[in-house]
Write a new protein. Structure first.
Length: 141
């Protein structure tokens, strides 16, 4: 489903916990820039990476299924071909996240279709940091 700016701004104000899939703390990497921005904006950020154990000084989980608590938004820094599998992971989460966000340059009709009959908002090909700054002025709302 397409999400309007009004709906997106409301969603970003309600979100507290964000899982960053494909997180890396290597300077200059988009996931590092966005992850650090989200932390500075006051969100609880949960890094997800299959081979890392500590990113941004935070416990890092190998998969979404390993995260012990609820997540409001899943932010994907993965190639489009991996997004359908992540959509399936998201559908298995309890409770369901509010949003499945594919970063700038990432779109997946298959993932969108998999989530179409769920209450999860799907955002494709947009940068979470850019949209947050644009809609909320850089603050957490």
């Amino acid at each position: 489903m397409l999400i309007s700016d009004t709906e997106l701004a409301a969603l970003l104000r309600q979100v507290k916990t964000i899982a960053v899939v494909g997180a890396k703390d290597k300077p200059g990497q988009p996931s590092d820039t966005v992850g650090r921005y989200l932390l500075a904006a006051g969100y609880t950020v949960i890094p997800v990476h299959p081979a890392r154990t500590n990113i941004w000084g935070l416990t890092t989980y190998k998969s979404l299924a390993e995260i012990p608590g609820p997540v409001d938004l899943v932010d994907l820094f993965r190639a489009a071909e991996h997004c359908p599998a992540h959509a399936a992971e998201v559908l298995a989460m309890k409770p369901l996240p509010r949003c499945f966000w594919m970063q700038l340059g990432i779109a997946s009709p298959e993932a969108r279709a998999a989530l179409a009959h769920s209450p999860i908002a799907v955002v494709e090909d947009r940068c979470l940091m850019v949209e947050h700054r644009r809609l909320l002025g850089g603050g957490n709302g």
